[in-house]
Design a protein around this ligand. Structure first.
Ligand SMILES: Cc1cc2nc3c(=O)[nH]c(=O)nc-3n(C[C@H](O)[C@H](O)[C@H](O)COP(=O)(O)OP(=O)(O)OC[C@H]3O[C@@H](n4cnc5c(N)ncnc54)[C@H](O)[C@@H]3O)c2cc1C
Length: 394
């Protein structure tokens, strides 16, 4: 298996991480092993020759024995050197699963590696949108259908005949809200269904009832669905947006930062937002922190200024070590912490499928049982599955 072979190569080789400076690297996570890495970026070097993971992987899919364990346990089992863990596996795991390696589900990680490192070169391209995400996708999708913006759905009443949303009848519906919201909206219906089926036993519906082609989408009973919706824990992502008093450029649009928890230097990636937006006359940066539980706690305990200052200090220090121009004064700082950015992708998490006990109602979202962590790819696949299930049931 691809990831396994890469791990074996890393285990054998005398790995070291090369960086032109002491603090930062410029390559994208998917390309850190790329043999084309330039002087400003990190190249993971195996005893004199940079290793291209494409040479050590194949596309046969995931055969890695990762079931049931964490990514940290998997890496330890395959004897990964500290440098490979720190500079390759941990950043990849945080970027993909938003979950620390010590907690992250190795099986989901293996799926990501299978579809990225074991895919074509383009499968691990890092795509940085110049437009905001709304302009990129939802606005384009909205142009193809009737949208009602700013409306919060308060009640969902599914039945064999259709679904009533806030009292309005629809033939079918896809509920594409986060799991806690789905649990709230379906609570009464799931409870009623559980009571009904307890009195009159019925065969639990499964997604195979509708198509028979999707794996990992078992419905279970209403009680099982309610338990799965309630079973998620969440992991924060933090973004610090900085407006600088003068223009300032990174050599590349993004730079890896060196974390130092003891000094609250939690930043992992630094983005040159002004350059990405094509506005080089401005100075705008973003510092991104995945699995940001520590930073979220500090923000709650010590307040905004005490949380922003160490991150700015980290950027200033590592930019200086990297030989970049001194960072101008900070004109404005905005720290956004999304406490429930993604679900915590831990081993054994039982994620619901797309189907529900009602053939008229399906679930969609990155948190359904997609085989992927909480990423856009999973959300898209989930939406497609839900639509196919609804179409097949009609
Ligand atoms: C800071 C951050 C950075 C991320 N970065 C990346 C990344 O780089 N790459 C990547 O692949 N993924 C990333 N993700 C994850 C990605 O955003 C999610 O995987 C994706 O948005 C999930 O889509 P979804 O449709 O499942 O859910 P969501 O995007 O959460 O959509 C659910 C929608 O339901 C709405 N809603 C909830 N309740 C109701 C109600 N009662 N009535 C009406 N509407 C309701 C919500 O307002 C929301 O708009 C990031 C997430 C965060 C928070």
């Amino acid at each position: 298996m691809a990831a396994l072979r890469l791990m074996r190569a890393l285990q054998r080789a005398d790995w070291r991480v090369e960086a032109a400076d002491d603090g930062a690297a410029g390559t994208a996570p998917g390309n850190v092993c790329d043999s084309d890495g330039d002087a400003r970026g990190n190249v993971i070097d195996a005893g004199g020759g940079a290793v291209d993971p494409r040479g050590s992987v194949d596309a046969r899919g995931s055969a890695i024995d990762a079931s049931g364990g964490t990514v940290a346990a998997l890496l330890a089992r395959h004897g990964q050197p500290e440098s490979a863990v720190r500079w390759l596996w941990e950043p990849l795991c945080l970027a993909a699963l938003n979950t620390p390696t010590t907690q992250a589900d190795a099986q989901l990680f293996a799926h990501v590696l299978r579809d990225s490192l074991a895919g074509s070169r383009a499968a691990s391209d890092l795509l940085l949108p110049r437009a905001d995400l709304s302009a990129l996708w939802p606005d384009a999708a909205a142009a193809l259908c009737d949208m009602r913006y700013g409306v919060t759905v308060r009640s969902v009443e599914p039945s064999a005949e259709g679904v009533r949303l806030d009292g309005e009848h629809y033939d079918a519906a896809i509920l594409a809200v986060p799991p806690a919201n789905a649990a709230r909206l379906l609570g009464a219906a799931l409870h009623a269904e559980a009571t009904r089926t307890a009195v009159v036993p019925t065969r639990p519906l499964s997604s195979s009832t509708f198509s028979g082609t999707f794996s990992g989408t078992s419905t279970g009973t209403s009680g099982d669905l309610a338990a799965r919706l309630a079973g998620f824990e969440y992991s924060p992502i933090a973004t610090l947006n900085l407006r600088l008093a003068a223009p300032w450029r990174l050599p590349l649009p993004m730079m890896m930062l060196r974390e130092d928890p003891a000094r609250s230097h939690d930043g992992q990636w630094l983005f040159d937002r002004a350059a990405l937006a094509g506005e080089p006359s401005r100075g705008e940066l973003s510092v991104v922190v995945s699995a940001a539980a520590r930073l979220a706690d500090r923000l709650a305990r010590d307040g905004r200024d005490a949380s922003v200052a160490p991150l700015v200090d980290q950027v200033r220090e590592q930019a200086s070590r990297g030989g970049l121009a001194p960072l101008p004064a900070i004109a404005h700082a905005e720290l956004l912490v999304d406490k429930r950015a993604t679900f915590l992708a831990t081993p054994g998490l039982a994620r619901p499928g797309n189907a529900t006990p009602w053939p008229t109602l399906c679930l969609a979202g990155d948190w359904t049982d997609t085989g992927y962590p909480a990423v856009l790819e999973g959300a898209v696949r989930s939406g497609q599955r839900a639509a196919a299930l609804i179409a097949a049931s009609r």
